[in-house]
Design a binder for this molecule. Structure first.
Ligand code: NAD
Ligand code: LMR
Length: 389
């Protein structure tokens, strides 16, 4: 059996973290100091920390949580609902979909309901052409987290941008219902094009007086892919690789920062452009391999669940860090951007700066800026001419 990785208590929140988790949250310099003092002051810190943990326990006790998966009977929705049903922080999974879905949502719920887990699964159905605000109220009420893979996937030859008009209208109907029934929930948009739909929905949320940071674009699959490809290149277990992937979620806007991971930074510089391109084009790789029958579903279910579980762990009082796309001021001129974000009680706690870039990454960042700007503007324009009910 592999030796258990050492964890130390962070006096800030009284929870135990690995050295890598200290580094991810505090950055290398501060993390070393904190890691060393956590060891030296262990017994004293424990007492202090216990008191602090007790103080936060009341807020942290909000879980286990209800999670709503919209598009829950679809390609992503089914595996995602399954992973959510297996998360110990989840008490209920509400599976919402249309009456024309491949499987009735009640069927997905009945199936998941037989897992020997302490949760209930409930299906909610809506006729095509009806409004979510009139039909998903029960599903959304009480939800702490709403995951939205509802929308069309692309076919070979299409870009994510080509999906904007139809998917933005679907997202708007759903976000409108979230604003009414679970305005404090964290709403995670998986539906493409993430680069434009997230700014559109976050701005519509702001118009309603709601928090833009409750609308988040899920880009975890880019990180999962970067880890996998670095694992293939280095022989390191992909689960030990944490390459931040910043920018956005389409083509050149996907920028993996290999220089910021302790394993990836050892890869020969001449191999990096190809590895970078593979992460950028990985979605298209799957779209083409599926030959018109959809895009990534299983890996997205896995990645979406990793992200959702990190948010839930945060809501339950344990600090977590993931990359995601949201309103941000880390990149001048780009009001929406993907970077590392810390989650905790209440959701988004901190949006981290991008950190140091090497020559290749600096050059690529210019491409990111140009492409992402236009895609954000598409979303902002949509929000200007639309309103949530
Ligand atoms: P899918 O067609 O298999 O499933 C979508 C489901 O949404 C269907 O069951 C459909 O009935 C349902 N749906 C549509 N409108 C709805 C509504 N108003 N209310 C409730 N349910 C509704 O598609 P998929 O493969 O699961 O992909 C879904 C979306 O996720 C696509 O837009 C795809 O591009 C995107 N995606 C994003 C990422 C990412 O990294 N963010 C990765 C993969 C796919
Ligand atoms: C992905 O990256 O797999 C998704 O965004 C789906 C797609 O259209 O590529």
């Amino acid at each position: 059996m592999a030796p258990k990785e050492e964890k130390r208590i962070d006096a800030d929140d009284g929870k135990k973290y690995t050295k890598d988790q200290f580094v991810e949250y505090y950055g290398l310099k501060q993390a070393n100091k904190r890691w060393n003092s956590a060891e030296a002051a262990a017994p004293k810190a424990k007492a202090k920390v216990k008191a602090k943990a007790k103080a936060t326990a009341k807020v942290a006790k909000a879980g286990p949580f209800k999670v709503c998966v919209i598009g829950g009977a679809g390609g992503i929705g089914q595996p995602l609902s399954m992973f959510m049903a297996m998360d110990p922080n989840v008490s209920e999974v509400a599976i919402c979909d249309l009456s024309v879905a491949a499987v009735p949502p009640a069927g997905v719920a009945a199936d998941l309901g037989h897992l020997d887990r302490k949760m209930t699964a409930v299906g909610h159905v809506m006729e095509v052409g009806k409004k979510a605000i009139d039909h998903f109220g029960d599903a959304m009420t009480g939800s702490s987290l709403v995951l939205i893979p509802a929308g069309l996937p692309r076919k070979p030859g299409q870009t994510r941008d080509d999906l904007f008009k139809i998917n933005a209208d679907i997202a708007k109907g759903l976000v409108e219902a979230c604003a009414k029934f679970c305005p404090d929930a964290i709403v995670c948009l998986i539906v493409n094009p993430v680069n434009s739909i997230v700014p559109a929905m976050a701005e519509l949320y702001k118009k309603k007086g709601l928090k833009s940071h409750n609308i988040i674009g899920v880009t975890t699959l880019d990180c999962v892919r970067a880890s996998k490809f670095v694992g293939g290149e280095t022989g390191v277990n992909p689960r030990a690789v944490r390459v931040p992937v910043v920018g956005g979620h389409a083509g050149t806007t996907i920028l993996p920062l290999f220089s910021q991971d302790k394993h990836a930074k050892k890869i020969d510089a001449e191999k990096i452009p190809d590895l970078d391109k593979r992460v950028q084009d990985a979605g298209t790789e799957v779209v083409n391999a599926k030959g018109g029958k959809g895009s990534a579903t299983l890996s997205m279910g896995y990645a979406g669940a990793r992200f959702a579980s990190s948010i839930l762990a945060g809501l339950a009082g344990r600090r977590t860090v993931e990359c995601c796309y949201l309103e941000s001021d880390v990149m001048e001129g780009l009001p929406y951007f993907t970077s590392k974000v810390a989650f905790g009680l209440g959701g988004v706690q901190k949006v981290f700066p991008i950190g140091d870039l090497n020559e290749h990454e600096t050059k690529r960042m210019e491409e990111v800026k140009t492409a992402l700007k236009g895609e954000i503007d598409t979303g902002l324009e949509y929000a200007k001419v639309n309103e949530l009910a």
